[in-house]
Design a protein around this ligand. Structure first.
Ligand code: ADP
Length: 618
């Protein structure tokens, strides 16, 4: 073997930083280096398998697609060889000297923030090729690209600031990685240990991993096997393998169909939601295969974006093997595939909710936010998603979340609409004024306690043919319960006095309110803010002012309770001391805004309330 044209190059700054973390901070789970290198080899073999279907001219065309591992227990080296697509000299420089891959770059930023907090999370991402330096003090990579006229090349580094690249002749197609194990990692130069690690992390790699000429792994594609031949542990192991996870999935769906498309699919719902754990937006986690050949890893085309937390594999033999990534995007077959798989998954979740409500409750708690995202963005599956939503309600136990269908089942015959009200907590909602009329009439109200919920309901518009209506809407007409008829006549203001008071209040509050109205929904509270425009529930208004400082709240109605002593007192005070009555009217309005969770200018409000208190103490 001749080695000429050698040059030494500096690593890109990010690589130096990454290597620094890899070498100095990652002490646990060092064994994952092997998973990283094997999965790079498997990727290169997948690319090769794909290339063989399309390209004519390939170097070493007949070399079998496989990975081989050998060691020298004396010299303490470990060698991983694959017959994959290989790398040219330029590719080696780009791939093993920079962080070009967007996935790695994203990983790197996340790693910097999170690795020091919890090193175990590394396992979820993988540090890629550079993981080799977790165990080796010198790494040699020899590669020969499948391109017929490429030259072989050797890359060597000790993980410090630089690496050398040299021409290297006489190589077979593919890549060979030689690790010179550092002193405290000599254990990895053992056949027993390496077999154990492969079994643990790389068992389902779809090419044989040979040690001493024998395959160590299960090369079968699990998704293509029949369910009866698969044990629960196999599913879990496979899940861990495809998602680089340590945990167990919450549920899996394994199904095969022949019509309208031939599909074999195996999907998993993981245990953790990494988006809420502070990592960035998740990438899709389902890969597309055709007859066990990988078409697109982590494809954004199979499941809708809001299902990006799902991991798994979809294999359809109806797809053309040589389909390009671009054409996957707007391929009618892929769209059809997506629709079928999404529907199946939603159906599976629906069944799970009945069969195993506890697991479904965990899924809802962890991934409910994604379903809500789906309900606002995925018109095609909206109805199916709506059935999976869960909320607390005025008739659920505290902490217990019910499906909308349960609400509908409980609705009285005269009730035509589904009511909901947003608030920060059950307690806050139940002590506010909005529930009063509903309680009085024995009408259930859904509690929407997340800011996104009102958007979800306004996007859905209805459920099971019943309109979803926010309980702070101005135009609500509640079906009255029978008890109402028997209740004692209320001690209301005389209607002429009430009319004058209302007119006066509107004049006093001016443009701050759209209308002042005598309420027929209040029982114990003097006043309430309601929304004349159904587009702007108070909760949506809150989100808009939180996201846009210049947001001008829409003008609301103030309903007053003309049976309430405070309002009655106000009617009287107005004729005696108009200035003080005006201060009280303004205070009532501000208090109602606070109960609606809306912004109040605090200084004026506090000054005014002191004035009122001072007067009360006179
Ligand atoms: P990632 O796998 O996330 O892209 P890595 O740092 O592990 O990041 O690898 C960088 C790139 O180097 C890969 O994308 C691939 O192009 C190339 N590479 C690594 N190992 C091999 C291999 N065994 N055969 C061919 N190319 C490889």
């Amino acid at each position: 073997m001749t080695t000429v044209k050698s040059e030494t190059k500096e690593f890109q700054a990010e690589v130096k930083q990454l290597l620094d973390i890899v070498i100095h901070s990652l002490y646990t789970e060092k064994e994952i280096f092997l998973r990283e290198l094997i999965s790079n080899s498997a990727d290169a073999l997948e690319k090769m398998r794909h290339e063989q279907l399309t390209a004519e001219d390939i170097f070493d065309k007949d070399a079998p697609l496989q990975i081989s591992i050998s060691f020298d227990e004396e010299a303490k080296t470990l060698t991983i060889t694959d017959s994959g697509i290989g790398m040219t000299r330029d590719e080696m420089e780009r791939n093993l000297g920079t962080i070009a891959h967007s996935g790695s770059k994203k990983f790197f930023t996340e790693l910097a923030e999170n690795a020091r907090k919890d090193v175990n999370l590394i396992g979820q991402f993988g540090v890629g090729f550079y993981a080799a330096f977790m165990v080796a003090n010198k790494v040699t990579v020899q590669s020969r690209s499948a391109q017929p006229d490429a030259e072989g090349c050797e890359w060597i580094s000790e993980g410090a600031g630089n690496y050398t690249l040299s021409q290297c002749d006489g190589l077979h197609r593919g890549t060979k990685i030689i690790l010179e194990l550092s002193e405290d990692n000599h254990e990895f130069a053992s056949e027993f240990e390496i077999k154990r690690i492969i079994k643990q992390y790389s068992n389902f790699v779809s090419f044989p991993i040979n040690i001493g000429g024998e395959a160590v792994n299960t090369v079968d594609a699990l998704w293509a096997k029949s369910k009866s031949d698969i044990k629960d542990e196999d599913y879990t192991e496979f899940y861990k393998f495809i998602s680089n996870a340590m945990d167990e999935p919450l549920t899996h769906l394994h199904f095969a169909a022949d019509a309208p498309l031939a599909i074999k699919s195996l999907l998993f719902i993981p245990k953790d939601n990494f988006e809420t754990l502070g990592f960035g937006r998740m990438d899709p986690g389902v890969s597309l295969y055709c007859r066990k050949v990988l078409i697109e890893q982590d494809s954004p085309n199979i499941l809708p974006e809001w299902l990006r937390f799902v991991k798994g594999i979809v294999d359809s033999e109806d797809l053309p093997l040589n389909i390009s990534r671009q054409s996957l995007q707007d391929n009618a077959l892929v769209a059809k595939l997506s629709k079928i798989i999404t529907s199946r998954l939603l159906k599976h979740l629906g069944k799970l909710a009945t069969k195993d409500p506890e697991t479904y409750a965990t899924i809802w708690k962890t991934f409910g936010i994604f379903l809500k995202e789906g309900a606002t963005s995925d018109y095609m599956h909206r109805d199916a998603i709506a059935k999976l939503l869960r909320f607390e309600s005025s008739k659920s136990e505290p902490g217990q979340q019910i499906p909308l269908a349960e609400y509908v089942e409980r609705m009285g015959e005269e009730q035509k609409e589904i009511y909901y009200i947003n608030g920060p907590s059950r307690k806050a909602i139940e002590s506010g004024p909005y529930l009063e009329a509903f309680k009085k009439n024995d009408i259930e109200v859904i509690y929407t306690m997340e800011p996104i919920d009102d958007f979800v309901f306004s996007h859905m518009g209805e459920f099971d043919g019943k309109k979803l209506v926010s309980a702070d809407r101005a135009d609500i007409k509640l079906p009255e319960s029978d008890e109402k008829e028997d209740s004692q006549p209320e001690d209301k203001l005389d209607s002429a006095v009430a009319d004058t008071l209302i007119k006066w209040m509107k004049d006093s509050l001016g443009d701050k309110v759209k209308e002042v109205i005598a309420s027929n929904r209040l029982v114990g509270s003097p006043a309430i803010i309601v929304n004349p425009d159904s587009m702007f529930t108070s909760s949506m208004e809150r989100i808009m002012s939180a996201t846009n400082q210049d947001h001008q709240a829409s003008v609301k109605n103030l309903e007053i309770n003309i049976s309430h002593p405070l309002i009655k007192g106000l009617a009287d005070m107005r004729t005696r001391d108009a200035d003080f009555a005006k201060a009280v009217a303004e205070q009532i309005y501000d208090n109602a805004l606070i109960q609606a969770g809306l912004m109040v200018e605090p200084r004026n409000m506090v000054d005014r309330s002191y004035e009122i208190l001072a007067r009360a103490l006179k």
